[in-house]
Design a protein around this ligand. Structure first.
Ligand SMILES: Nc1ncnc2c1ncn2[C@@H]1O[C@H](COP(=O)(O)OP(=O)(O)OP(=O)(O)O)[C@@H](O)[C@H]1O
Length: 423
């Protein structure tokens, strides 16, 4: 009988002997078929076993505990359903998510559905590199603002509709891929002819290539002017929608026809580094006031602008509670976090430690909406390629600034509208 070296080989051999019902040797020892079969089953059940062990530790014997009623192997890992016993609460289990993640060495999401606890353990592996390749066309039938987030464990590209989301927060320490993602986002949105972009680049993240295509500010004083113009535009749009008796920009577009997407385009505001708007990090009174106003307009836009088609993406390296207070965070429901330097930073962005435990892979991040999360690998878009794509878009689009925030003129001129439609 042959000697096996690896686990894979051992399992292959198992299949063979199962058919022929003979004993065989593994590592020099005679293993009986039944033992090996049990070993395979144990391996398969490693995750549910880790979850049950964690429950044993968290809910000592004799005390009420969640009871496993169903487990299924799914493409991305395991899905388990638990019944809630009297004395066990959903929020109590949710608070223990980190323990389950640690025990399974995988991301765990927990939800309450129909009175049952649904736990999903994502133990599938994510590939380490994907180049930027993005065509929004197949998504436009169902989505207004499709954006690619990254590839998940199944090798599927996670695409979301920013129009539904409606705002996002992006975190992660330096050199992990945050800027790359923002360029992904910018270029992907620039491909949509009924989108206008605004960038506040306080971190000087090389967004200067977007000048003339997007409204652009690199200092807090110009950022304040830009934000003020956007806030006015938000109020103007609310009146426009009110006048025709609709509540949301989508209803306006469907009532007034495709053409109206160019009269009332979506506006996406991208801010990096949002923490530079913290008034407490400057001693100058004048600058403090500018930052305070910037922050307050951002909070207003996050709370009120989604229905009128203005969407925010706020990126930050080291957020704190002052820069991302609970209310603002609640209004930015989509979160993408690259690796953070510690649990505290991960907690601020995601409300859990998942981003601190990410592997050291550039472009690897956690995508989270509510308590659903998944690990993704963001596509790599080198700056040179971003510049090249934008230059091609400039060729078919009006390259004049669509928003003259100094003069507070909005929305884009007729000429830019005509040019956009040819894209
Ligand atoms: N998705 C990705 N795939 C492969 N490489 C990536 C990816 N994202 C970023 N990189 C590479 O990792 C390095 C850091 O990326 P990036 O500048 O985006 O990080 P960052 O976190 O924004 O850093 P900083 O805040 O200092 O600008 C770059 O060399 C970039 O080319």
């Amino acid at each position: 009988m042959r000697q096996t070296n690896t686990l894979g080989e051992a399992l292959e051999t198992l299949k063979l002997i199962w058919r022929h019902r003979e004993g065989f040797k593994f590592g020099g020892r005679q293993i009986n078929q039944l033992k090996l079969f049990k070993w395979q089953v144990d391996l398969e059940n490693k995750i549910p076993a880790a979850v049950l062990d964690t429950i044993d530790v968290l809910y000592p014997e004799g005390k009420p505990r969640p009871l496993l009623t169903k487990k299924n192997r799914i493409a991305t890992g395991w899905h388990m359903i638990f019944t809630l016993q009297p004395g066990v609460t959903f929020s109590g289990i949710l608070r223990q998510t980190e323990f389950f993640s640690d025990a399974c060495r995988a991301h765990v999401s927990i939800e309450l559905k129909g009175g049952f606890i649904h736990m999903t353990v994502h133990d599938a592996k994510v590939e380490t590199y994907y180049p930027y390749l993005w065509d929004p066309t197949p998504y436009l039938e169902k989505m207004d603002l499709p954006i690619p987030i990254g590839y998940g464990p199944t090798g599927q590209l996670k695409v979301i509709d920013l129009a539904d989301l409606p705002h996002m927060r992006v975190g992660g320490t330096t050199f992990t891929g945050k800027s790359n993602f923002l360029h992904n986002l910018f270029i992907s949105l620039a491909k949509l002819p009924y989108v206008r972009l605004a960038v506040i680049d306080l971190a000087l993240l090389e967004f200067s290539y977007s000048r003339g295509f997007a409204a652009f500010a690199t200092e807090t004083i110009t950022a304040l002017r830009l934000l003020t113009a956007l806030e006015k535009e938000m109020h103007r749009r609310r009146q426009v929608l009110e006048a025709v008796g609709v509540e949301k920009i989508q209803e306006y577009h469907s009532l007034m026809g495709e053409e109206s997407k160019y009269d009332l385009p979506y506006i996406i505001l991208l801010i990096d580094e949002f923490a530079f708007m913290n008034p407490d990090s400057t001693p100058e009174t004048g600058e403090k006031e500018i930052r305070r106003q910037c922050q307050s307009i951002c909070a207003n836009l996050a709370a009120l602008a989604r229905k009128v088609g203005i969407h925010l993406i706020l990126a930050m390296q080291r957020p704190d509670m002052k820069i991302l207070p609970g209310q603002l965070k609640a209004n930015l429901p989509g979160a993408l976090s690259f690796k953070t330097i510690d649990d505290v930073n991960s907690q601020i962005i995601l409300d859990n430690n998942a981003a601190a435990n990410l592997p050291d892979i550039k472009g690897r991040a956690i995508w989270q909406v509510g308590n659903r999360q998944q690990e993704v690998q963001v596509m790599h878009l080198p700056l040179k390629k971003a510049r090249m794509i934008l230059n091609q878009l400039r060729g078919v689009r009006d390259s004049g600034e669509w928003i003259n925030y100094e003069a507070k003129r909005l929305p884009p001129s007729k000429s830019s509208r005509k040019a956009s439609k040819t894209l």
